[in-house]
Design a protein around this ligand. Structure first.
Ligand SMILES: Cc1cc2nc3c(=O)[nH]c(=O)nc-3n(C[C@H](O)[C@H](O)[C@H](O)COP(=O)(O)O)c2cc1C
Length: 173
């Protein structure tokens, strides 16, 4: 199996989170998968870019897991991108660290599937996630089909267990 790094960006994974917690726990059960609670690791928000780059280098697939906040991510993921995907490492001269690595987004959305349509000025989830796809493209990484969990605030334990099983399958694919 591919060596997979799941970076979870939820500001309260051990507290308020239901969906991301269930997904993170499911991922952690798999062999060759490293799961990191980035907000717990960096409570002050100061990302250790060198340490994160080393971890990325050691894995074949990087999963960015987060709850959708304002059609984007919680702030620490943006900080992670800005600090870790550095010139001369992710792009620019010798910036080839992500070449050929898979990037997969796993996101949970409070909205229903039906809310992610282009009608009436709306956008599909593929469109919402396009900054991540473009970032993967720019760094010559391979864009993996995203894992999306809709209605994430309304799922009961059975639905969360079903989502966790789907997530495990996606991570194994
Ligand atoms: C600040 C904030 C912004 C949010 N923005 C969106 C949004 O733009 N679209 C959406 O579908 N859900 C949005 N939600 C709902 C979250 O995506 C949802 O609560 C989360 O995915 C549930 O996962 P959790 O149980 O791990 O917290 C937002 C929630 C918060 C707190």
């Amino acid at each position: 199996m591919k060596k997979t790094l799941v970076l979870v960006f939820h500001p309260d994974l051990d507290g308020q989170s239901h969906a991301n917690k269930a997904l993170a726990q499911a991922a952690a059960e798999l062999p060759d998968v490293t799961v990191r609670d980035e907000y717990a690791i960096y409570p002050g928000g100061a990302i250790d870019a060198a340490a994160e780059q080393r971890l990325v280098e050691e894995h074949d697939r990087i999963v960015l897991q987060f709850p959708l906040y304002w059609y984007s991510s919680p702030a620490l993921l943006k900080e992670w991108e800005d600090k870790v995907l550095a010139y001369g490492w992710a792009y620019g001269p010798n910036g080839e660290a992500l070449n050929g690595k898979e990037i997969m987004v796993a996101t949970t959305a409070g909205g229903a599937t039906s809310e992610y349509r282009t009608e009436n000025g709306g956008a599909t989830m593929d469109e919402v996630l396009s900054p991540y796809r473009m970032t993967a493209r720019y760094t010559n990484a391979v864009w993996h089909q995203p894992f999306v969990l809709f209605n994430a605030m309304e799922l009961d334990d059975a639905a969360l267990a079903e989502a966790a099983a789907r997530y495990r399958e996606a991570l194994l694919a």
